[in-house]
Design a protein around this ligand. Sequence first.
Ligand SMILES: Cc1ncc(COP(=O)(O)O)c(C=O)c1O
Length: 475
Amino acid sequence: MADNKSLTLSREEMRTAGEDVLDLVIDHFLHNHERSVTKPTDPAMLARWLQEPIPETGMDLGEVIEEFKEKALNTMTHLDHPRCFAFVPSPNNFVSALAEFMSSSFNIFAGAWLGPSGVAAIEMKSIDWLKTLIGLPKDSGGLFVSGGSMANLTALAVARHIKLQNNPTNAAVYFSDQTHSSVPKGLKILGFQPYQIRSIASDVHMRLPLESLAQRIDEDRKRGLVPFCVIANAGTTNAGAIDPLEDLVEFCKEQGLWLHVDGAYGGATAITQTGKTLLKGIEKADSITIDPHKWMFQPYEIGCLLVRDTHHLKEAFKVTAEYLDVLEDNGEQTNFCDHGVQLTRGFRALKFWMSLKTFGLKNFRDAVDQGINNAEYVQSLLERDPRWEIITDANIGVINFRFNPGYALSPGFHNQLSRDIILDGFAMITPTRIKDMEVLRICAINPRTTQQDFELTINKLTAMAEERLPAKLTA
Ligand SMILES: Cc1ncc(COP(=O)(O)O)c(C=O)c1O
């Protein structure tokens, strides 16, 4: 029986709406490829929607779903689209979407053990699998968080606690200028001042140069600063560059520094043979960010922080309260609320666990390998036309390039080209800057992208670049 007073629906209403939504979702997974990546938005229409008053009385759920289609679905940018090459694309999967539905339907609390908890056990097992894939030792640990930014922030909070006993006065932290913005953002949140945050110029391969790092740390020590942490990249967002992890492990050990590796983007390649070789050394870091909602095909939000010594999480985060005494553990239970910021937390592990069990690691590995190969295929296509200049070679799924007709193009040319292709809706490519050079960047990690998608996209982009050449504009 429907009872709007207790916010419940009848069996029939739930079934009707559920079937409608399921059909919509299945249609998306089957036909996403045939549709536009982006849709032009109408500012006047958005302005009208923003006037919507609070609905004092309810309306038919079917109509609300229709409104969702009109307002969100029909105007959104599909980062899971096989021709979305912007940022880090997010090709999710249906099994994980089902897991999310169950997780929120049963409103599964994953903050604490609460009984003989299979819920915590599934998260522990999922973390255990990730530890194994990275090659961390048995007594390492971790937890799922909302994404890479939160995992980096959590790691920095642990490093601050363990190395500085939470007193950041005069402490200094080091990373390359290619490091993701979530790292300086996290440091800002944790109270570090600009003079304590050392961004070091990357080398020609966009990597953190060990010599400059050592020199900077030496100088800082002489000035009275207290170096305590280095953040290395296992796949930069810009170019997929991997810092010299083995050397950094050695260096940080000698210097008594915490080494955090941001593998939010590239960490997933550790499941492939190529990645294992490229990321050698990652398994010896003090903490690692890896983001299943990037290259492990999960829907938002699931990031993961792994730490070499699981006790460090509890030391950094556990705070007691009388109303939480009931959660007191005897050492055998895991209360994830004591391992991070959140007390109430959703069951993020379920989607990771269910999809890995359903598809198997081999299919995940092949899908990641496919992304690595995809970027190499894009490079081979670009190299067919000498006007496309490769700025950074295809590197774990990412490539940067620019149009170079043999004379200088006006500033903003590539930004405009990106806008052209985004407005067209066929594909999405965004610009970035590499060593102050304006370039286009393709991140090609979607395993559903076909060779034909890449060919058509590069052909379209070439035609658009030709259209924008000055001679054409003035003709
Ligand atoms: C290397 C790297 N670190 C951290 C992040 C931040 O992750 P999130 O967007 O999940 O917060 C990103 C996002 O692209 C990234 O590429």
